[in-house]
Design a protein around this ligand. Structure first.
Ligand code: GLC
Length: 447
């Protein structure tokens, strides 16, 4: 009885369209039924088609890297047809790209699945909880193939949040041809750099001696880190958080940079230059020396470049009794914690950091690898014979302070340094204020 009731109930409410019902149904009821069936099929096929749509992952990149990033993305998509990469073009300056990522995270609901990070942003992004912890998603034996300093740039409190895809190191570029013609050796000290510049300028070989990044932005902080280290100074000691910006070495470092402008070795406009302004001027052929990153080498050697085959590079100069230092730069990919597609995003991260991915982008634009094996890779060395030498230079790395408050620490230095370089504040005052403000910031955040 019970069973009967249940089956009649089921028939009536869950399967009302029996053959008997169909045969008795009115034309209107049949049409309604047909319409219902069509709607259900559309929904079903739509859902199947939707589930087979490629996943689109979005990331923001500095404008200068977009072309290389797009070629790499095309390579990745060709072997991963289910995943598309949408690259949003940001500004060039690293700190401005960081601001855009930061505001997208602060506003919530960031559109970015992947986070392309400069080595100096990671502590802040990880501490803020914006990144997916990938420690357990990347096998530990994969990590041994990276250069330790580049890998370390992806760690925060012993957890991994980023794989390094590109390294960077500050270099001193010089015009080999002009030095040879004047019978001079490349400079080793800061004074040499100024004196040789003046000699070449006086000979009428070049208009300017030395170009560097003097604008108030992250590139200024990176460049200053290596001049400071070359005078034996330091910015912030990572273990003790001791601040060295008002010490005599820091004052000497600022004075050296000011001298380059005061003595006419650097153009007055150098205090507004980013990497590209300096590179364009050096590449025009009218400058003897330039501080820049490895990306400038292939551009200077390209067909049509006035300095093609005429320049070389070496580690940054230093004060007598000290050693050269090149600021460690570099970029890597992490995953936004809010991404709906962490597995697909991890594939991208791994491809961009893989030997194939890196080889591809290096061959396109000469960036430095984060894997030691690629510095002597036959394909790469066949195109860039200078690569093994790059590795030696890159080993003299000096780090910017790896602290979670880095963005503010850097902003303080940029402001006061720029004021001193443009004669708005006496050097000693500027550096004392920079040091005090940094100490206040780090103490406040420490307590
Ligand atoms: C390069 C470096 C990066 C640095 C930036 C400064 O992109 O790789 O680490 O912060 O230059 O302009």
């Amino acid at each position: 009885m019970k069973g009967n009731l249940a089956s009649r109930f089921g028939q009536r409410f869950f399967w009302p369209f029996s053959w008997r019902w169909l045969s008795r149904a009115s034309a209107f009821q049949r049409r309604m039924l047909l319409a219902l069936a069509v709607c259900l099929s559309i929904i079903l096929f739509g859902a199947i088609a939707y589930s087979q749509q490629p996943i689109t992952l979005t990331l923001l990149m500095p404008a200068l890297d977009v072309q290389a990033g797009r070629s790499m993305a095309d390579q990745f998509e060709a072997s991963n047809p289910g995943i598309k990469l949408e690259i949003v073009e940001g500004p060039n300056a690293s700190n401005l790209v960081e601001d855009l990522y930061t505001s997208s995270f602060l506003l919530g609901d960031t559109p970015y699945d992947l986070v392309l990070m400069d080595v100096v942003w990671l502590p802040k992004f990880a501490a803020a909880g914006w990144l997916l912890d990938i420690t357990d998603r990347v096998p530990a034996d994969q990590l041994t193939a990276f250069l330790p300093a580049d890998l370390e740039g992806g760690r925060y409190q012993n957890r991994l949040y980023r794989l390094p895809m590109r390294s960077d190191s500050g270099l001193l570029y010089y015009r080999q041809d002009l030095l040879a013609k004047a019978g001079l050796q490349p400079p080793t000290t800061f004074d040499d750099l100024i004196n040789i510049s003046k000699t070449l300028q006086e000979r009428g070989d070049v208009r300017w001696g030395y170009v560097w990044q003097g604008r108030q932005y992250e590139g200024l902080a990176a460049m200053f880190t290596e001049v400071l280290a070359g005078f034996g100074g330091f910015w912030v000691k990572p273990d003790t958080l001791e601040v060295g910006l008002d010490r005599p070495e820091a004052i000497q470092a600022v004075n050296f940079l000011r001298r380059t402008v005061q003595e006419g070795v650097s153009p007055p406009g150098v205090t507004t230059y980013q990497e590209e302004e300096a590179r364009r001027l050096f590449q025009s052929g009218d400058v003897a020396f330039m501080r820049s990153w490895p990306y400038a080498y292939p551009l200077g050697s390209a067909e049509g470049s006035p300095i093609k085959g005429l320049f070389s590079f070496k580690p940054m100069v230093h004060a007598p009794g000290f050693d050269s230092a090149g600021c460690l730069g570099g970029w890597g990919l992490g995953i936004a914690k809010t991404s709906r597609y962490p597995d697909a995003a991890l594939k991208v991260v791994q491809y961009f950091a893989s030997p194939e991915g890196q080889r591809f982008t290096i061959l396109e634009n000469g960036y430095l690898p984060t894997r030691p094996s690629l510095y002597t890779d036959p394909l790469i060395v066949a195109k860039y014979s200078y690569f093994p030498q790059m590795q030696t230079v890159a080993e003299k790395a000096v780090l910017r302070p790896p602290v979670a408050q880095y963005a503010q620490v850097s902003d303080i230095l940029q402001r006061y340094l720029s004021a001193a370089l443009t004669d708005r504040t006496p050097v000693a005052d500027a550096m004392r204020n920079a040091a005090q403000e940094t100490r206040r910031l780090l103490d406040t955040n420490e307590s």
